[in-house]
Write a protein that binds this ligand. Structure first.
Ligand code: 7TS
Length: 393
């Protein structure tokens, strides 16, 4: 059976061009970049190129930092814990603002800091599922809030927050601003100078790069206490031998994902396919999709099918070759996943019925047509089963 991958917000396929540039660094060019012999030094040009591609992809200025790390989870931990050590412990700014819809890489780190005595405010979403400037204005305390951390685009709904306005409010009140841009890179234009964010995290495997490598942007002249202490790698900002092949792959993936053409492709072709799938879903009885299309990344749908339990639906789709998600795969190892916490904070009727479909530039029209057929017949079958079950009770 042909398999169709509609779970690109969990991870993406490596672009063959990315794999190509990585292969030499996984085979003959294996030197440690910190070594002084030619095995070490010969990889430097590849690393410089990758850094250039990363800086260009998010429009970072030359004197700002991009720290290469293992993933966005590490980047998010570095920012929140760095702020704890550098600002919260050392000044009167003991307040952290985040949101109710962050990925656990931020929310659980905020919970941990709260257990150490930090005051944490978690902004709710508006009716349209967004974090509004008004709610931040209400929560922020001038010269007492150390950091505001708001994700750029939500991984479950795809809803895009007004990052530029939020960063401005943070700055006007003496706070720094961090955004988890994992779900934004490659889907919409991301510009750190235009939005004036202080910290931004990303993860290569979400934009057709390899797993196990990510980046943290830090605006000049901010310095953060590192999460890892050890050798002088990355100028002492993140100890541990750099994943050279991963970094080079991430650079290439960033370049491919952020050109004007790539973003236009997302916004036209991917959006059209997403809308086609979405139109088919909402044409079924008793289905809804969270958030207005214009407010979302062009590849994401979080849908709810009344009367159908999300896990059962996911299983049925998987049996028929369609890979979707009940929300964040990060929670699917739990026996009782909490897949739709974002949707629930928008609409409590959605508990356990939300299913996420996320496309990529590799998704084809034929795949969407086949997915529509499978979804329709699966909904019909599962509703028949549940009505028989209710009657039999
Ligand atoms: N931040 C956001 C917004 C994410 O969506 C994810 C992964 C992460 C951080 C963590 O990235 P990592 O590279 O450190 O693992 N999100 C998902 C998801 O939505 N389904 O599976 C993983």
């Amino acid at each position: 059976m042909e398999r169709i991958y509609l779970d690109n917000n969990a991870t993406t396929k490596i672009d063959p061009e990315v794999l190509n540039v990585m292969m030499p660094l996984l085979s003959e060019k294996y030197g440690n970049p910190n070594s002084l012999h030619t095995f070490g030094t010969e990889v430097h040009p590849d690393m410089v190129k990758a850094l250039d591609q990363l800086y260009a992809g998010i429009n970072a200025s030359d004197n700002s930092d991009i720290i290469i790390n293992s993933c966005a989870t590490e980047g998010n931990n570095t920012v929140l814990k760095g702020i704890y050590f550098d600002i919260i412990l050392k000044s009167d700014k003991k307040h952290l603002i985040t949101t109710q819809i962050e990925h656990p890489a931020v929310s659980h780190t905020a919970d941990f800091l709260e257990s150490l005595g930090v005051t944490v405010t978690r902004l709710p979403v508006s009716e349209s599922g967004l974090i509004t400037p008004e709610s931040l204005k209400e929560a922020i305390v001038k010269d007492k809030t150390a950091l505001v951390s708001v994700m750029w685009a939500n991984n479950e709904t795809g809803l895009i927050n007004p990052i530029k306005e939020l960063a401005q409010i943070a700055h006007e009140n003496g706070a720094l601003f961090h955004t988890d841009a994992v779900q934004a890179i490659g889907k919409i234009s991301v510009d750190v100078q235009d939005t004036n964010v202080d910290f931004l995290t990303f993860s290569a495997h979400k934009f057709h790069g390899p797993k196990g490598v990510g980046g943290l942007y830090i605006k000049d002249p901010i310095k953060l206490t590192p999460l890892f202490h050890g050798g002088e790698h990355m100028g002492g900002k993140r100890a541990g031998t750099i994943n050279v092949a991963g970094m080079v792959g991430m650079g290439k993936a960033m370049e491919l994902a952020t050109t004007k053409n790539a973003i236009e492709y997302e916004n036209s072709v991917v959006r059209r396919l997403r809308d086609k799938l979405e139109d088919a879903i909402i044409s079924l009885d008793d289905t809804i999709v969270i958030g207005s299309r214009e407010d979302r990344t062009p590849n994401t749908i979080l849908a709810s099918f009344k009367g159908i339990e999300g896990e059962a639906f996911l299983w049925d789709l998987n049996q028929n070759g369609i890979a979707a998600s009940t929300g964040s795969a990060c929670s699917s190892e739990d026996l009782e996943p909490d897949p739709t916490f974002v949707a629930m904070s928008i609409d409590s009727d959605l508990a356990h019925t939300g299913l996420r479909f996320s496309l990529s530039r590799f998704t084809t029209e034929e795949e969407i047509d086949r997915a529509i057929e499978v979804i329709k017949s699966s909904v019909k079958r599962l509703r028949e089963i549940s009505s028989t079950y209710v009657k039999g009770e």
